[in-house]
Design a protein around this ligand. Structure first.
Ligand code: HEM
Length: 405
């Protein structure tokens, strides 16, 4: 499939949002109530599901695991349940020091000078999407807006057509659905498609390289490993495959969570409208409260003891970010939105340690600009219909129908 420059007018189709796995019974607050219960009763819990796994729900346990990649490896599995058909996809699936060259290659793409480039680009995309919705007076914040924005960003990030990016998003949704329902044939098929797209992008950049400072594929092709050698083809392929989908779903569902919060709390909407300089701090507090990844996983590299429980070498351990971010031992009044939290009480919505989200600056930019534009262009909104939720490992709504006030 040839990869051509992006036509700007293309609007991605939205006909398969339902392919994201929705839990029709879960309500917006359920996950937090369940995690609070688990953390209080059994903070280091074991489940027999998926051939057995542990789950850590306390902030200090989760952050300790994230910071110790010698003991808590990502090389075997990064999610529960383990996806057996997938290849290794750096940087997430490698431990340091093998992980380091991949991370080194992509980090400059998220430096502050690149964000200065992205800010007007993202603001234009947000504006183009929001203007007709606000004019219409009603919209679905997820279906009409946050399902589309990351696709425009992905297309520009990889310098690929929006059609290809939309296809990647749709296939990514199918992949997620197959993972949830354990449809192994579909899982393999969708994963292979994503690898095909990654292969095409690499083939194109080998012939037509772009500036490694602005293009992820060219940056990885120019990168060298710890021995000064080019990155192996197979690992380069895995990295592009990882980058294609890693930044799509969380901004989609988290924007829905922000919309629900501001509809429930018009006093917070008014505060941010009157003082827009509080929006970055509000975004961090919303990320803490509505952490869009419930958790990622590690594997114990040796026998360990956590909270009085014995975890054996090779056992999988889910790190519940959503639970950690509302741990009352660390966050006073943890279920309340507060902008006066003490320094050093950093949330783990973007993880911690060597695998801390590489794309966090771009994610924060997208989300901040979204909040700024939604708040400055409206007087708030009310929710007009059901808010179906996505399932583990993500958290957040798949649909938030609203009427603008
Ligand atoms: C609200 C949006 C996002 C959230 C909440 C989020 C969260 C996370 C988390 C928690 C991790 C760590 C996983 C672990 O420790 O196992 C991670 C890793 C990663 N994220 Fe994000 N992410 C977001 C958006 C993005 C975007 C937009 C991009 C890129 C365009 C991105 C790229 C990455 C990459 C490359 C990694 C792997 C880093 C490594 O292993 O060194 N993310 N993300």
């Amino acid at each position: 499939m040839p990869v051509m420059p992006a036509p700007k007018a293309f609007v991605p189709p939205v006909n398969n949002l339902h392919e994201f796995t929705a839990d029709q019974t879960e309500q917006f607050d359920d996950a937090h109530a369940q995690f609070a219960d688990l953390r209080a009763r059994c903070p280091v819990a074991h489940s027999a599901d998926f051939e057995g796994f542990w789950v850590l729900t306390r902030y200090n346990d989760v952050t300790a695991a994230l910071s110790d990649s010698d003991t808590f490896s990502t090389a075997h599995q990064n999610v529960v349940p383990r996806v057996a058909t997938s290849g290794r996809r750096p940087p997430l699936h490698l431990d340091p020091p093998e992980h380091t060259p991949y991370r080194r290659a992509i980090m400059p793409l998220f430096h502050a000078d690149r964000m200065a480039h992205w800010e007007p680009v993202v603001r234009r995309m947000v504006s183009d999407l929001l203007t007709p919705l606000i004019q219409a007076g009603s919209a679905d914040i997820c279906v009409d807006f946050s399902y589309r924005l990351p696709i425009f960003v992905l297309a520009d990030f990889f310098h690929i057509p929006s059609e290809t990016a939309a296809k990647i998003r749709d296939i990514g949704a199918d992949f997620n659905h197959a993972l949830q329902v354990r449809d192994m044939a579909k899982l393999e098929q969708t994963s292979l498609f994503l690898y095909d797209v990654a292969r095409d992008i690499i083939a194109l950049r080998k012939v037509h390289p772009l500036d490694p400072g602005t293009d992820p594929t060219s940056a990885l092709l120019a990168a060298r490993d710890n021995a000064g050698q080019p990155l192996p083809d197979e690992m380069l392929l895995g990295t592009i495959r990882q980058l294609l989908v890693v930044g799509i779903i969380a901004p989609t569902t988290f924007t829905g969570s922000m919309a629900v919060h501001l509809a429930r709390h018009p006093e917070h909407f008014s505060m941010l409208k009157n003082k827009p300089d509080l929006i970055p701090a509000a975004l961090e507090e919303l990320l803490r409260l509505y952490t869009p990844y419930r958790g990622f996983a590690r594997t114990a590299t040796r026998d360990i003891e956590i909270g009085g429980r014995q975890i054996a070498k090779d056992e999988p351990i889910a790190l519940a970010f959503t639970a950690a971010n509302r741990d009352p031992e660390v966050f006073e009044d943890p279920d309340t939105f507060r902008l006066d939290r003490a320094e050093g009480r950093q949330h783990v919505a973007f993880g911690r340690g060597p695998h801390q989200c590489a794309g966090a600056p771009l994610a924060r930019l997208m989300l901040r600009v979204t909040l700024e534009e939604l708040i400055s262009r409206s007087n708030g909104w009310e929710i007009t219909g059901p808010v179906p939720m996505t399932t583990w490992p993500e958290y957040g709504p798949l649909s938030v129908p609203v009427r603008f006030l």
